[in-house]
Design a binder for this molecule. Structure first.
Ligand code: NAD
Ligand code: ZN
Length: 360
């Protein structure tokens, strides 16, 4: 078992990572959250069918009042309706200010349940129990949100959990495409921060299936350590936290243009990272071995070219609407070398030209 300490200005908490940990979940939670009056588990249908009974059983070892609220699986659940339904479940089960919410699931459950915890009675404690690889990213850092029909993650709060409890044996049931999606964010963490870790990934993960056992645990651990280092320096994204957005300017534009769920978040981000490397070579006028990245990403099964039916003009429009754009000018995280990135402003004309070149 591995423990990572996270310290942001608003909170200190731990990420616990290991295999077959469920039986000790109640004690671990009790240690950091004393005097809990009731627990509400929020999870989605898929995860509920696989793990809810085990988690309930584990929690019952310590807590008498354990409730569950199950939301539909998928991005659509990050809605105002589901947010409201979670609050209804909390109220009908008489949760009070000393109660606890357990977010059991991937990034969707974590973002929604975290926002419910941030807002129920002006904020009650919550614990993240990630069940996807991508959630190594979403469960750490305290960003919680739901979507508005006019924009993704537009309504939310910065709200940190009391504990992140990561039992990686739960990842054994995760479909390959979801594993690959999470792996994209692990690659991202290496590229923005740690050249040696990128080397380790290349040497140890030849294909997605290699992500198991010790290697999976190390990849998750290092990914979380990097995310933690970045958010500890900049909890509310005034500066370096923006580096986590590497690959996301085009990634988000693609997701929004194609419709959410068509491409996984990680696939869109992987393609976005490739584009960012392509742009970086041109912006800084130095070779970054774009073609070897392309070969590597292709090998892992990520898409390496833009879908032919999306137009560069539309993508540019979406990129300009990004929350991180300033005065409608696109700001992209570019790579100076592996492990070092920087935010740069790029003019529309230039970006469009590079989008066309990238699409060829
Ligand atoms: P997800 O939560 O939708 O999970 C993906 C799919 O896998 C779902 O169908 C889910 O039911 C299923 N699933 C989950 N665990 C499983 C398991 N162990 N076995 C089998 N199936 C399982 O998606 P995700 O990729 O984990 O997260 C994406 C979300 O995370 C997006 O909404 C994104 O905005 C958000 N996100 C948030 C942050 C943040 O900092 N808060 C960062 C990155 C992403
Ligand atoms: Zn992401």
């Amino acid at each position: 078992m591995k423990r990572i300490h996270i310290a942001t200005p608003s909170k200190r908490y731990e990420v616990v990572i290991g295999n077959e940990l469920l039986h000790m979940m109640d004690r671990m939670i009790d240690r950091v959250c004393p005097h809990v009056t009731a627990v509400l588990i929020i999870t989605d249908e898929t995860v509920a069918s696989l793990y809810l009974a085990d988690v309930q059983q584990a929690l019952h070892q310590t807590y008498d009042r354990v409730y569950a609220h199950v939301i539909p699986s998928g991005e659509e659940a990050k809605s105002f309706e589901q947010f409201y339904a979670c609050h209804t479940a909390a109220l009908t089960n008489h949760l009070d200010r000393d109660s606890l919410i357990v977010a059991l699931g991937g990034g969707v459950v974590g973002d929604l349940a975290g926002f419910v915890a941030a807002t129920y009675m002006r904020g009650i404690r919550f614990v993240q129990v990630p069940t996807t690889l991508l959630a190594h990213d979403s469960a750490v850092g305290g960003k919680t949100a739901i979507n508005h029909p006019l924009g993704k993650n537009m309504i939310g709060a910065f709200y940190q959990p009391e504990l992140v409890f990561y039992d990686i044996s739960l990842l054994s049931t995760l479909p390959k495409r979801e594993m690959r999606s999470g792996f994209a964010e692990i690659i991202k963490h290496s590229l923005i921060y740690d050249r040696a870790f990128f080397g380790w990934l290349q040497a140890n993960v030849e294909k997605i299936e290699d992500l198991n056992g010790e290697r999976l645990q190390y990849a998750i651990q290092r990914g979380i350590e990097i995310k933690a280092a970045v958010v500890s320096q900049d909890e509310k994204e005034h500066g370096v936290r923006a580096h986590l957005n590497f690959g996301h300017t085009l990634g988000h534009a693609l997701e929004s243009e194609l419709g959410y769920g068509v491409m996984t978040h990680g696939d869109a981000v992987a393609l976005g990272m490739l584009f960012a490397i392509f742009v970086s070579e041109r912006f800084y006028n130095q070779p970054l071995f774009y073609s070897s990245f392309r070969t590597l990403f292709h090998h892992y099964g990520f898409p390496t070219s833009l879908p032919s039916h999306v137009s560069p003009e539309r993508l540019l429009e979406k990129m300009k609407k990004d929350k991180k754009a300033k005065d409608q000018t696109v700001r992209m995280v570019l790579m100076k070398e592996i492990g070092t990135v920087c935010v740069e402003q790029i003019s529309d004309e230039q970006l469009l030209q590079w989008l066309y070149a990238f699409a060829e």
